[in-house]
Design a binder for this molecule. Structure first.
Ligand code: ADP
Length: 260
């Protein structure tokens, strides 16, 4: 059954004004994401992935195109974003960081702490609810960001290489945690990554972008059943799909390298 569209982006373009003149970062980019779908965006460095995500988040203005995000409720925030760098408040505890968005939405103290606590437990930080970010490892800080993003219950969740700064082992553990939490909530997610493996592991679909200025190159459906675990990495289909995506991406990565 086709999914109801949650995000429809058509012909999106972005030009930045720089000292050298206008820089076209994104051109004529289309993306459609179904309700509850997990879509990964992959492309060479500098192709405009973050730019597109920030436009979706409303942080940047687009220069061209149309974006529609269908709202399911007037109360829900349009989106929550998880960045690679730990965007949590150093002066707030884990609990207050996770509850922050709910406070902004005017929920009572009791409700916001109850919801925040639920997500803190889901990311395994129950013992650290009263800790401050400086007392946490990088992986734990990123768990706080993820808990906060889900606790906010946004229409869409936008993730910009959330595990990009973590070591490989922590990254794998957090990927599995993210999958587990997502299986329960089935949020609509747009997830930017550099890693083909991560894109296949997490996504329902992988959208490959061209080198700068980025636009659509090709899309791949990821057919592995859910709930998924890391074990799918051992499947022959996993290796086969990785190779197909790499073959699509390789030319763009080389083009991006030549132009820098
Ligand atoms: P990606 O996330 O795919 O690595 P980005 O969206 O970060 O790509 O960047 C796309 C292009 O836009 C790059 O050439 C980058 O230098 C440029 N760019 C990104 N943000 C800005 C900005 N705020 N001002 C000017 N140029 C920018």
């Amino acid at each position: 059954m086709p999914l109801r569209s949650k995000i429809i982006a058509r012909g999106v373009g972005k030009a930045y004004q720089s000292r050298q003149g206008m820089l076209l970062a994104l051109r004529d980019f289309d993306l459609e994401v179904g309700e509850g779908e997990f879509v990964c965006l992959i492309g060479p460095s500098g192709c405009g992935k973050s730019t597109f995500l920030r436009i979706l988040a409303g942080l940047y203005e687009k220069s061209a195109g149309e974006i529609t995000v269908h709202k399911s409720s007037a109360d829900k925030p349009r989106n929550s974003m998880v960045f690679q760098e730990y965007a949590i408040f150093p002066w707030r505890t884990v609990l207050d960081n996770v509850a922050f968005g709910l406070k902004m939405r005017g929920l009572s103290r009791r409700d916001r702490y109850e919801i925040a606590d639920r997500y803190i437990r889901k990311v395994g930080l129950a013992k650290f609810r009263g800790s401050y970010p400086y007392q946490l490892s990088g992986g734990m800080k990123q768990r706080v960001s993820i808990a906060r993003a889900f606790a906010n219950d946004p229409e869409v969740l936008l993730m910009d290489e959330p595990f990009g700064a973590l070591d490989a082992q922590t990254r794998v553990v957090l990927q599995e945690e993210l999958l587990r939490i997502w299986e329960e909530d089935k949020k609509t997610v747009v997830y930017v990554t550099h890693s083909i493996e991560e894109a296949i592991m997490l996504g329902d679909r992988v959208a490959v972008m061209t080198a700068h200025p980025g636009t659509n190159k090709e899309e791949f459906k990821v057919g592995f059943p859910r709930p998924r675990s890391l074990h799918i990495k051992g499947a022959a289909e996993f290796a086969e799909l990785s190779l197909r995506i790499w073959e699509c991406l390789e030319q763009e990565v080389k083009r991006a390298m030549e132009s820098t």
